[in-house]
Design a protein around this ligand. Sequence first.
Ligand SMILES: [Zn+2]
Ligand SMILES: [Zn+2]
Length: 151
Amino acid sequence: MFSDSYRCRACSHEFTIDHKGFWVGPLPASRDRSSIEEFMARYTQSFHCSPCGLELTMPSLLLRIDWLYWRDRFQSDYSRYPFLRVLVSRIEATFAGQPWRVELGDISCPYCGVSLEAGSFQPSCPHCRSHDLGHIDQWHSQIRDPWPPLV
Ligand SMILES: [Zn+2]
Ligand SMILES: [Zn+2]
């Protein structure tokens, strides 16, 4: 995982965001950029919490067989996170036949408890909320504990 530091052009505040990215559900068949973007546009939805630097990508449209494969294969990864365990069972509970469209309603940020906002994460200044930021640096976080932090 990685961290970015920024300087806000509006208020000059400097700050660092530790990106906490969660992906729930089947992965794109191929890892090149255009396949991933197409897969994400068709089959996934994104949510985020700006203050926590959290981004959640989860299914919007599922094939039953792909979901079951992912659920079993990655159980040891996601089951460490109560947040993800609950999400997986909430997604599972929406199944009522194909096509399987996933809508969960409200999802709380596991770090701060505030409802996640729809859409992908965009960094904003923690002081003044401005999105007008200068990027200073990016580095890989040196972390021994599980990352993102367990929630
Ligand atoms: Zn949060
Ligand atoms: Zn600012």
